[in-house]
Structures are given as C-alpha cells and as structure tokens.
Design a protein around this ligand. Structure first.
Ligand code: PMP
Length: 286
C-alpha cells in the first residue's frame, strides 16, 4: 500500500479524495514544494520550509498545521509508512474548498496534500550534459511564488521533449530568466559564474541558492545580474540546477556547442561540492 497525507490523516493513495471545489483544482490557487529525501534525511529542509512560508504569505494562505515541527513529524511518518529510502516528497497547500468564485471567501480552511514518489535520475545526463533550447518567457511576473499554476512550464517541457532538448531556457527583456523546471547559469571567459537575480521573474531555487553559497565559499565569483543570448554565445560553461537533478551540465544551446560539447571544469567542481554538501547533511543526521 502507498500512503499519502490529506488534511490531517494518512490515507491509501489510490483512495484519497479532494473536493471538486478545491480552489487549487478550480483556480490553481495554491503552492507546492518538492523535497528530496535520502538516507533518513530531508535535504535542504529548512530552505524548502522558508520558501513554502514565503509563497503562502504572498498568497495570504495560512499554514494549515499547528507549527513547522508538526510538518516534519508528518513527513517522517509518511516516509516510514511508504518505506521510502531515497525519493521525493510533494507537498501542496491550496486555499481550500469554496463555491466557485474568484473572490476569496471570508472563512476557508486550506487543503494540504502530501505524497512521496521515486524518480530515476539519468546519470548519463550528468556525465554528458544536456542540450537546451531558447524561447521567450511567456509566464506571469510572479515567478517567485511557487504556485501550482504550471501550464507554461508544462507546455514548454513537452515542446522541448518533442524537439530533442532537455528543456527551454526562457528570455525576458533580453535576459535569460530560467528553465521551465530549473535555474540557469553560465560561466564566462573570466571564470565568473552568472545567473539571473532572485526576483519576481524567477523561482528562487533552493538548489540555486545552495550552489551560489557553495561557489562563493570556494572562492568562485558569482554575479547575479543576469545574462543575455550574446553572453551565451561566448560562455565557457553552462549548467542548470534543481532539487531533482542537482547540478546538471549544459553542453549545447540550439546549434551552439559549449566547451567542445563536454561538461565544464567549474561545473564539475560544483557538482562534486554540491554532492558533498548534501552528504554532510545526511552524515549530520546519522
Ligand atoms: N525554476 C523553476 C521554474 C522550477 O520549477 C524549479 C524546480 N521546481 C526550479 C527553478 C529549481 O528549484 P529548486 O532548486 O528549489 O528545485
């Protein structure tokens, strides 16, 4: 049996139900988090919690739990019930159930749904690097909120798959914002790591923030002022970051090959350092 958690109880996943008047279902009126779980440890837990808190506050949705400690207890119990060793946790909180109306009702109780899942991470992608397409950013101007409204991201990821790309990096006002499921980085000729600033045009990735911290600690220079397609043409290395893939090398943009089609030196250092950083979290727990 596989369990999920819904609004206070652990239920068998195939039998769990949510109202058809859930505002997440009707309006995408909700937020989510995806966390990685490895060897008894929820990785980057406090960073995920902080982002969840921020997303909820921006939408004026209260956390439907007694406190943040109780969330950890729920996650641990779900992990144990599902005998998860390595995998991922999906957590979604919506505004709650109400008669369909754009206006928020005065009294409403948020819905919380949590389930676990496994994912085969393709190691060949990490070793060989991936190819990226470029497209205009069609999303709204509050990409900082980890909203469950992911239609542009879904459509782009599908289009990328159909065109043989890992994903598209999106362009807004001449700057590369991010990928449809990840944050975007390049390394320029002077070994400077460049990425979009953490503002309302990107999701402030937990992996992004961790990798920036690690890079700075290791004396790499990180510039968070964005980069253009012209910068892409002259970059030495590129990579993307997300919870599900960690640090993933990029070796080609459309028809332009980077670093002879091989993952870059600095990218490889960051992959190792990021893995060490996750291992340290696991060791600290055990
Ligand atoms: N940007 C977008 C649009 C994403 O969907 C994700 C993954 N959820 C990320 C960035 C990476 O965020 P994180 O490192 O927290 O997984």
């Amino acid at each position: 049996m596989i369990f999920c958690y819904i609004n206070g109880s652990f239920q068998e996943k195939s039998e769990a139900m949510i109202s058809i008047e859930d505002r997440g279902f009707n309006f995408s009126d909700g937020v989510y988090e995806v966390m990685a779980y490895c060897n008894n440890t929820i990785l980057n837990f406090s960073k995920h919690l902080k982002r969840l808190d921020n997303s909820l506050k921006k939408l004026q949705i209260p956390l439907p739990l007694a406190n943040k400690k109780s969330l950890k207890l729920i996650l641990k119990k779900l992990i144990n019930l599902n005998r998860l060793n390595d995998g991922y946790i999906y957590l979604q909180i919506t505004r709650g159930n109400a008669k369909r109306n754009h206006l928020f009702p005065n009294i409403i109780i948020p819905n919380i749904v949590i389930f676990t899942f496994s994912l085969e991470v393709d190691n060949t992608n990490i070793l060989r690097g991936v190819e990226i397409g470029l497209t205009n950013d069609l999303r709204w101007s509050r990409c900082d909120i980890k909203s469950i409204s992911l239609l542009p991201n879904v459509l782009e990821k599908q289009k990328a798959f159909e065109n043989g790309f890992y994903e598209y990096w999106q362009i807004r006002d001449n700057l590369i914002t991010e990928g449809s499921t990840s944050n975007a980085f390049i390394v320029n000729k002077n070994n400077k790591i460049r990425t979009h600033p953490s503002n309302n045009f990107i999701l402030g990735g937990v992996t992004r923030d961790s990798v920036i911290e690690i890079a700075k600690k290791n004396k790499f220079s990180v510039i968070e002022n964005g980069f253009t397609t012209t910068d892409l043409d002259s970059c030495e290395e590129a990579f993307l970051t997300s919870t599900t893939v960690g640090v993933l090398p990029v070796v080609k943009f459309e028809n332009k090959t980077i670093n002879d089609g091989k993952p870059g030196k600095i990218t490889k250092v960051l992959i190792k350092k990021y893995n060490d950083y996750l291992k340290n979290q696991i060791n600290a727990k055990n």
